[in-house]
Design a binder for this molecule. Structure first.
Ligand SMILES: Nc1nc2c(ncn2[C@@H]2O[C@H](COP(=O)(O)OP(=O)(O)O)[C@@H](O)[C@H]2O)c(=O)[nH]1
Ligand SMILES: [Mg+2]
Length: 268
């Protein structure tokens, strides 16, 4: 049987031939080729502010890399990709790039450190030696959708067509906001790429959690006009605590492990 790499090689060859034809000129096919050659899987994390998107990414990496908080909000897209060392590069709209330290990250990717993206940051790329990223998975942390900062919602929308999968983070408490409803309706077309995390389950007891799960599933199915959707209940915070402080029982109770095993995460 052919391996993924062999099939990928054949696909790259055939697409390259196609790309040379006049009727296939344009950026679409070239981008696809680039992605295939680089063996990348783009996973975008969406959701309203403070639902725990950055915490979830930190939990996946097993380290407190991204700033998370009640007040400083992410206002810039951050891309996490594999590298042997932690390195952070800020890319500005007008071209220049700058290497920064982890301590400086808040000055660029939070609303507090960079209000309204006054510093003109296009995106920030962080390389990090995490197993999770090793097979070409790239995680994209987006600013919260549906906020007073409309430039943030736009940023999140723009990413959808290019990604392989999108995780939409909601929480047990409070239930979906009007802005989240609106965003979900707008992204219906991408339902085949979407799955959900019902975060902050540590706030509620087991029975409430089940109710929240059923309720959220109903609402999401209605909103997306989908028959089945995949929801992972989780406590990203417990998962991060469990990993960083070496408490396997916390990690297990956080319900992160089934999410990590999801096949959609690796190129296939
Ligand atoms: N109790 C609880 N708090 C969480 C959980 N996940 C995130 N938080 C907290 O929620 C706040 C917002 O998290 P953050 O990751 O910055 O949200 P983002 O704006 O969606 O990126 C922070 O104070 C986190 O510590 C969770 O599973 N349980
Ligand atoms: Mg965030």
């Amino acid at each position: 049987m052919n391996t993924y790499q062999q099939l990928q090689g054949v696909l790259v060859q055939q697409l390259t031939q196609l790309a040379s034809l006049p009727e296939f000129q344009g950026p679409g096919l070239e981008q696809l080729l680039d992605k295939l050659r680089q063996n990348r899987f783009h996973l975008v994390v969406l959701g309203a502010f403070k639902r725990g998107k950055s915490t979830l990414i930190n939990a996946l990496l097993g380290d407190q890399i991204l700033p998370t908080a009640i007040i400083p909000l992410t206002s810039v897209v951050t891309i996490l990709t594999y590298g042997e060392d932690l390195a952070i590069e800020v890319r500005f709209h007008n071209g220049p790039r700058r290497q920064i330290s982890q301590a400086e990250l808040v000055d660029y990717i939070t609303e507090k450190g960079n209000p309204g993206n006054r510093k003109g940051v296009q995106e920030v790329e962080i390389t990090y030696p995490s197993e999770y990223l090793k097979d070409g998975v790239r995680i994209i942390d987006t600013p919260g959708v549906g906020s007073v900062y409309s430039h943030n919602t736009e940023v999140a929308y723009n990413y959808l067509p290019q990604v392989d999968a999108a995780v939409f983070v909601v929480t047990v408490d409070p239930p979906l906001s009007a802005a989240e409803h609106e965003f979900l309706r707008d992204i219906r077309d991408y339902v085949h790429k979407l799955f959900f995390v019902l975060n902050k389950i540590d706030y509620v007891a087991e029975t409430e959690r089940r109710e929240a799960l059923e309720f959220t599933a109903q609402v999401l199915q209605g909103e997306l006009a989908a028959e089945q959707i995949k929801i992972f209940p989780m406590s990203a915070k417990m998962a991060l605590d469990g990993k960083t402080n070496g408490h396997p029982e916390l990690l297990e109770a956080s319900l992160l492990p089934p999410f990590e095993l999801m096949p959609a995460h690796s190129p296939s």
